[in-house]
Design a protein around this ligand. Structure first.
Ligand code: HEM
Length: 137
């Protein structure tokens, strides 16, 4: 078995489930359990874990490339833009999910809904960027 392919596959495994946690968690919190703050809080932990997993596994893609080739991939400007958007989304996602976990207990439902909308938008934007990163890399 090629160790390079194995390394990429294991990183991709984490990355795929991280994407599901981010988008699925936000969809569930926004629509399925919008009147259950305690369940939304559990989902906020899931979403925060997803964003952290994406940042760590995203960096690991670069680390695997560097390990096997001695340099980072030379990617097209469109792919670089998509990567930058993902990084910005990850920073925003970690920040928003952390603030939610710290403060949402005292929030009105409308504010909780707003933050879930933003978390969902960040997740969807990162997911859309993944397609451009993949095919313009
Ligand atoms: C710091 C944040 C992130 C970094 C650095 C990052 C980096 C990467 C890299 C390097 C790849 C491999 C691209 C290739 O195959 O050429 C990738 C793939 C992918 N990423 Fe991310 N990513 C991040 C966040 C996210 C987020 C937040 C999502 C979704 C919510 C996501 C979804 C995906 C998906 C679905 C793929 C597979 C694309 C495919 O092969 O078709 N990523 N990411």
């Amino acid at each position: 078995m090629d160790p390079q392919n194995l390394a990429y596959a294991l990183v991709q495994l984490v990355h795929n489930f991280g994407a599901v946690a981010i988008v699925g968690g936000a969809v569930a919190a926004h629509w399925l359990v919008r009147d259950a703050p305690a369940t939304q809080r559990c989902l906020a932990w899931l979403v925060l874990g997803g964003w952290l997993a994406q940042a760590a596994s995203g960096a690991s893609f670069g680390a695997v490339s560097y390990h096997f080739y001695g340099k980072f991939p030379d990617i097209h400007a469109i792919a670089r833009g998509a990567l930058f958007i993902k990084l910005a989304c990850a920073a925003g996602g970690v920040l928003l999910a952390t603030v939610y976990l710290q403060r949402a207990t005292g929030w009105q439902p409308a504010r909780r809904a707003l933050v879930w909308t933003l978390l969902l938008l960040l997740g969807v934007t990162a997911l859309a960027s993944a397609a451009f990163l993949r095919w313009f890399a």
